[in-house]
Write a protein that binds this ligand. Structure first.
Ligand code: GLV
Length: 336
């Protein structure tokens, strides 16, 4: 293939230079290594004449954007979640969407567990205390938190990452694992993970720690709001590594302030990068900026898979990890 016939693609944010170089070997690339944040109009303008785009979960692929970008054929999200896609509109426009499953499962499960530990054992709160020179105020119950080993972990969303967390809890920490999911796991998988299926209500009443790892959709919007928080034990903790919007952050801030639950650990937020001011004001919450998959190895693998999806679709006619099925006629429109 001559360089002039390479498909034209856009990469919306900075990525690892070696991965960008790999993409450039197969496509004519406009990149953004300065990592400038583009408003939707700028994204639409840069997408003119592009057949593919590598996005992160902060760029919305809306019906309106698709109408403005008739040449677009494939959107490769560098994330396993793709709630930034208007998937029906993409399918109707003949645009292939892809995500990055599997490569991030274990590191994200590690992080879920790290956030659970930090939340239960009050690690960031105690570090702030130490940095503020308060150590001389030590007393017998200073930062006494909740037990993790041997306690009951409730996982809402038992996909690949949820199962990774269940394994860590069951085998590493001797926890009792209960879970709620759209569909029940088969008996064998439940037995392997030592996990028991419960209704959401029973899980919330039973669990010492509730961990959310459910994909965001209209159905999962505010999976945890005021009524659900009211069912939880006052000693319980809540960890959200799923998506902003799965939790009603305003209701959670109220519950934390009034100590109706003990603590929360949040990696994702409604309207991020904005954070509900009520969450910033309470001490009993651990806050991280959406970094659950952030190890060098995993982020490199995610970028590589996103790039391989672009090359796969635009050069070889087949994406590796598609999230929508296009009618055959749409695929014929792939331009080289
Ligand atoms: C991160 O949130 C992802 O969906 O990969």
């Amino acid at each position: 293939m001559s360089s002039t016939s390479k498909p034209r693609v856009l990469v919306t944010r900075a990525i690892f230079p070696a991965v960008l170089a790999h993409l450039s070997a197969h496509c004519e690339v406009e990149s953004n290594q300065d990592d400038t944040l583009w408003v939707p109009a700028e994204l639409a303008s840069r997408l003119q004449g592009k057949a593919g785009v590598l996005t992160t979960s902060s760029e919305a692929i809306s019906a309106d954007l698709l109408r403005q970008c008739p040449d677009l054929r494939v959107v490769a999200n560098m994330a396993v979640g793709y709630n930034n896609f208007d998937l029906p509109a993409m399918t109707a426009a003949g645009v292939q969407g892809t995500n990055t499953p599997d490569v991030l499962t274990e590191s994200t499960a590690d992080f879920g567990f790290a956030l659970l530990m930090a939340t239960a054992r009050r690690i960031t709160e105690s570090e702030h205390f130490l940095r503020a020179g308060q150590w001389s105020r030590w007393r017998y119950d200073l930062f006494a938190g909740a037990e993790v080993h041997g306690s009951t972990l409730g996982i809402i969303g038992m996909g690949r990452i949820g199962q990774g967390i269940a394994r860590r809890a069951h085998f590493g920490f001797g926890m009792r694992v209960v879970y709620h999911n759209r569909s029940r796991l088969d008996d064998r998988t439940e037995a392997d993970l030592g996990a028991t299926y419960l209704s959401k209500e029973d899980l919330l009443k039973t669990a010492d720690h509730v961990l959310l790892v459910v994909p965001y959709s209209a159905a999962s919007h505010h999976t945890i709001g005021a009524p659900e928080l009211a069912l939880m034990k006052p000693t319980a903790t809540l960890v959200n590594i799923a998506r902003g919007g799965v939790v009603d952050d305003a209701a959670l801030a109220d519950a934390l302030r009034e100590r109706r639950i003990a603590a929360a650990g949040l990696d994702v937020f409604e309207g991020e990068p904005a954070v509900h001011p009520g969450l910033l004001q309470v001490p009993n919450v651990v806050l991280t900026p959406h970094i659950a998959s952030a190890t060098i190895t995993t982020r490199t693998a995610m970028a590589q898979l996103a790039v391989d999806n672009l090359i796969g679709y635009l050069v070889h006619g087949q994406a590796l990890t598609p999230v929508n099925t296009l009618p055959a006629a749409s695929k014929d429109k792939v331009s080289h």
